[in-house]
Design a protein around this ligand. Structure first.
Ligand SMILES: [Zn+2]
Length: 321
């Protein structure tokens, strides 16, 4: 098999999918995303990158960060995402403990490690972006490495928990990446993975042509569903539990549903929705409308989870070999 043959084949079953999910991706780029119907995986045309590490060290930040000053962007990312680690922490808390070691691969500026460190004996961060890894080490007071995990001195079989959030969809070979994570876990250890969901409601429940192309991204060679993520985990030697997590709130979704365009306000929309209430309005009316909206948001997120239409998938896998 030549590199060219490998590129558009399904990394889970090896078949060459012909079904096409889209011919255009974010930024108006003409790229196809194929769909393996057998595995339920989206595959970006020519999406794999032979020199992934080199790419992420430079090009990714240049192409996808809106900040020219990478140092400022690192702190900004940390501050922006620090408050929104609750779902991850809640799902992993049963495995935490003061005698435990946790490794996060793709740790970015350390927004998850910052919280995890308070509940776990030892945390270690790894990220291709050396600047982000250095920032994470400083703010979390832990060891980090700005390189591929296989190039670090971290001993294999040494971690109770290895996690990678919003990372698997970027890697060249998802099953081999998962096997590598597993190699750093102890026997019976946990590997936790979070990825965007192919069936995100904004793409699959609502008919929003702009969101549909916005969803597919040239930095994401793979688009996992619950089925394909479970299959990838199983192939890499993990059994476990799949969770459906919704990040953006209901006001963000209603905005997209209304105008099929991104809503201003960025990551603040990961928080519970807030209304611009007049200070002079009665306290009872402000409380009632706030409670109504927050109940709606919670009910909406439960509905998305029930129908498997959330923004993210979260798999907690136990090492079986
Ligand atoms: Zn397949």
């Amino acid at each position: 098999m030549t590199q060219k043959d490998i590129i558009n084949n399904c990394p889970l079953c090896g078949s060459r999918p012909s079904a096409v999910l889209t011919r255009e991706i974010r930024g108006g780029l003409s790229r196809r995303v194929y769909h393996c119907g057998k595995c339920d995986l989206g595959i970006l045309e020519n999406g794999t990158r032979a020199e992934a590490e080199k790419f992420y060290k430079k090009a990714y930040r240049e192409q996808h960060s809106h900040k020219v000053n990478a140092g400022a962007a690192t702190k900004e990312l940390f501050d922006a995402y620090l408050p929104f680690q609750g779902d991850r922490l809640k799902l992993l808390r049963p495995y935490f403990g003061k005698s435990k070691t946790l490794i996060e691969v793709g740790c970015s500026s350390g927004m998850f490690l910052y919280h995890a460190k308070k509940e776990v004996g030892k945390v270690i961060g790894v990220d291709y972006d050396a600047g982000s890894a250095a920032y994470a080490a400083k703010v979390c007071g832990c060891k980090t490495y700005g390189t591929d995990i296989t190039k670090t001195p971290i001993p294999k079989g040494s971690a109770d928990i290895v996690c990678a959030f919003q990372t698997l969809e970027h890697v060249n070979d998802p099953v081999s990446f998962l096997k590598t994570l597993g190699a750093y876990a102890k026997p019976g250890g946990i590997v936790a993975i979070e990825v965007p969901n192919l069936y995100d409601a904004l793409r699959s429940l609502y008919d929003l042509p702009n969101y549909h192309t916005f969803y597919f991204h040239d930095a994401h060679p793979w688009y996992f569903s619950g089925k394909s993520l479970t299959k990838a985990m199983k192939k890499a030697g993990f059994v476990g539990t799949l969770h459906y997590l919704q990040d953006y709130n209901v006001l963000n979704h209603l905005h997209w549903a209304d105008v099929d365009a991104p809503k201003q306000g960025g990551v603040a929309q990961l928080a519970a929705p807030r209304l611009p209430l007049r200070a002079g309005a009665s306290k009872a009316s402000r409380t009632d409308v706030t409670n109504l909206l927050q109940k709606f948001d919670a009910d909406y997120k439960r509905l998305l989870s029930k129908h498997r239409l959330t923004s993210n998938l979260f798999f907690v896998g136990k090492k079986t070999r």
